[in-house]
Design a protein around this ligand. Sequence first.
Ligand SMILES: Cc1cc2nc3c(=O)[nH]c(=O)nc-3n(C[C@H](O)[C@H](O)[C@H](O)COP(=O)(O)O)c2cc1C
Length: 170
Amino acid sequence: MLDILIKRRSVRKYKAKAIEPELIEHLKEAAVRSPTSRNFRPWRFLFITDKDKLEALSRAKTSGSSFLKGASLGVVVCADEHESDVWIEDCSIASIILQLTGQSLGLGSCWIQIRKRVHSDAQTAEEYVQGVLGLPVNLRVESITAFGYPDEEKPPIPKTELEYNKIISA
Ligand SMILES: Cc1cc2nc3c(=O)[nH]c(=O)nc-3n(C[C@H](O)[C@H](O)[C@H](O)COP(=O)(O)O)c2cc1C
């Protein structure tokens, strides 16, 4: 696990190569194995490989989402807010589990924040994504995770740059 954590970096450039169906199945299993508060499992995951939909979703924000159009897969992580008061935590845990599973499978990935972000003066990024995918308003969108075979190399963060000072002895 530490090796996966050391090697994981946000990858935003992807090869034009489809992700094999069995790898997508691994990601799906990882998503629904994520732990949730009181085991309520409020999340929903939309696995999107359709290029037109990925392109539309890549316009969710004015910055920080455009690379989704070059991804082979986007996983929209959302939850029914009425099913758990801590759906944000549950979705965040699922998102990072998806990323780490992707890393273990040789895939690059990057989190795209949707909740609390804007699409335009008139629309939130969340409303935009709900509109593109036809989601009901009770399905709150936390993030989209972009996946693909990496087309950029990013070295691990050197251990000397890690902020061990953030660990407070108590
Ligand atoms: C909650 C969260 C939201 C993020 N949102 C975005 C985003 O919208 N767009 C983006 O390009 N990267 C996003 N990232 C990726 C971060 O920019 C990245 O993790 C950070 O710069 C550290 O780099 P690393 O992942 O390579 O270690 C997000 C990461 C997290 C954890």
